[in-house]
Design a protein around this ligand. Structure first.
Ligand code: NI
Length: 160
């Protein structure tokens, strides 16, 4: 079923709360802890920190065809530069997979990161405007349980 037209919203902690945490750097000197949604559900998995650089979406509508999840681990994206990027998430469908009819789309402001909660369906990292560099934190065990991709009914996501 093709989801209703999905209009990406500004990313806010309240709106994103069902899916994880928004990582906002303090405006003033100080430290904010974002620990609520960090999770690893496999005792043998190891903490994994990677650095990722992604070319931007070339502009125009984004054709959404796939979603993914990390069933046993949260995944944090900490931007290392000021780019906007897409945060597209969806709840679980009763039949399994993401329920794209209830998907939520956000545009992360330059410098905003997120932690996707464990087992949260999300779109692969999609950067806007310019190449984006991120630190990515999760737990892995090197098996196929680390990441699962599923095809969804393709639809176009428009950005301003
Ligand atoms: Ni992911």
């Amino acid at each position: 079923m093709t989801p209703r037209p999905l209009i990406p919203q500004h990313l806010t902690p309240g709106a994103f709360a069902p899916y994880g945490e928004v990582l906002d750097v303090p405006e003033q000197p100080g430290r904010l802890y974002y620990e609520r949604t960090l999770a690893s559900h496999r005792a043998h998995a190891w903490p994994s920190l990677s650095l990722s650089c992604k070319d931007p979406h070339p502009g125009g509508p984004l054709r959404v065809r796939q979603m993914e999840r990390h069933a046993f681990s949260s995944q944090s994206f900490v931007p290392l530069g000021p780019v906007r990027w897409l945060v597209l998430v969806a709840p679980h469908a009763a039949a399994g997979g993401p329920d794209m009819t209830r998907a939520a789309a956000f545009i992360a402001a330059p410098g905003q990161g997120v932690t996707y909660g464990a087992d949260v369906w999300h779109h692969p990292l999609t950067v806007l405007d310019a190449p984006g560099r991120f630190a990515v934190m999760m737990w892995r065990d090197g098996t196929e349980g680390d990441e699962e991709f599923v095809d969804v009914t393709p639809f176009d996501l428009m950005f301003d």
